[in-house]
Design a protein around this ligand. Structure first.
Ligand SMILES: Nc1nc2c(ncn2[C@@H]2O[C@H](COP(=O)(O)OP(=O)(O)OP(=O)(O)O)[C@@H](O)[C@H]2O)c(=O)[nH]1
Ligand SMILES: [Mg+2]
Length: 281
């Protein structure tokens, strides 16, 4: 979606520029007045075409996760993403949160056999919630894990977070993931991820595979600043966001939060405005 930033000294002039730039179905997403370095005040809007905003909203809005088994087998969701993004914690939230899969028969699969302590972390959540956990080391484990979890409604797969440089070389767990054939692959990224690194994270962890975006650590960006930037950059449906470490409470439906944050672009997405704001302070 194309978001235009327009400035002027009167609102009527700025709105007229927005209409000229975008056309008659212009929608104003955000307005603010700023003070330049020389003390002069100028007005700024961000605008987009109404049809583009509507398309963004429709693209963002995912179908609900099936509440029951799909096609006679567990509905399977994998979380992939950079190290420390919050994959394992989010998996635990999804398993027990009442608006996610709490109350369903959930099973865990872990492909994270690399990091010391990773299995223990997921095992601890599994023990507390009484959820079966299958650990898949190699291809021979895949069928056995599927069989043992065959009665579940939902299977949630945890994956290793490796740095992007090692991730492209690291084919083993991706091949195991492919054999598990998840119905959805959520790319998990923290809300604090720099926008210029977002595409690299997607390419390293889920090139062509990600079906959804899941943004974590929204509590670390005031007022969800930049959330819409991430969604715009990655252009994926977004069902859930997380905003804290508490399991399971800090998990929420995502798309409405993203739409509400549309007007609060991050400084990285609007460097000119960041400069103006800095000059004003
Ligand atoms: N502030 C905040 N912290 C979170 C959130 N989600 C997870 N964390 C914390 O982030 C840290 C890393 O979380 P993990 O779930 O281990 O992340 P991971 O992606 O599984 O990490 P690796 O397996 O090492 O790649 C932990 O301290 C979590 O408590 C969140 O929404 N907000
Ligand atoms: Mg983990």
């Amino acid at each position: 979606m194309r978001l235009e930033t327009l400035r002027g000294t009167t609102w009527s002039a700025v709105f007229a520029s927005a209409r000229r730039a975008i056309g008659d179905d212009v929608m104003i997403v955000r307005t603010q007045s700023l003070r330049g370095a020389d003390g002069s005040v100028f007005l700024e809007v961000q605008a987009a075409a109404a049809r583009d905003l509507d398309a963004f909203r429709r693209r963002l809005e995912p179908r609900p996760a099936p509440a029951v088994r799909a096609k006679g087998r567990p509905y399977t969701i994998a979380l992939v993403g950079p190290t420390g993004a919050g994959k394992t914690t989010t998996l635990a939230k999804l398993a027990v949160h009442p608006t996610a899969f709490g109350g369903r028969r959930v099973g865990f699969v872990s492909l994270d056999t690399y990091r010391a302590g990773a299995l223990e972390q997921l095992q601890a959540y599994a023990d507390v919630a009484g959820i079966p956990l299958e650990v898949v080391h190699d291809a021979r484990d895949v069928d056995a894990a599927k069989q043992r979890l065959a009665a579940c409604d939902v299977v949630l797969i945890d994956t290793p977070g490796r740095g992007p440089r090692t991730a492209t070389a690291d084919r083993a767990w991706r091949q195991l993931l492919a054999r598990l054939a998840p119905d959805e692959v959520h790319l998990v990224v923290p809300a604090t991820l720099r926008l210029d690194l977002v595409a690299a994270a997607r390419d390293a962890f889920a090139a062509g595979e990600a079906t959804h975006l899941l943004v974590t650590k929204c509590d670390e960006t005031p007022e969800d600043t930049g959330l819409a930037d991430l969604a715009l950059h990655l252009d994926l449906p977004l069902r859930w966001i997380t905003d804290g470490q508490d399991v399971p409470t800090d998990l929420h439906p995502g798309s409405s939060r993203v739409l509400a944050s549309l007007g609060r672009l991050s400084a990285a997405a609007a460097p000119d405005r960041a400069l103006a704001t800095m000059a004003a302070s």
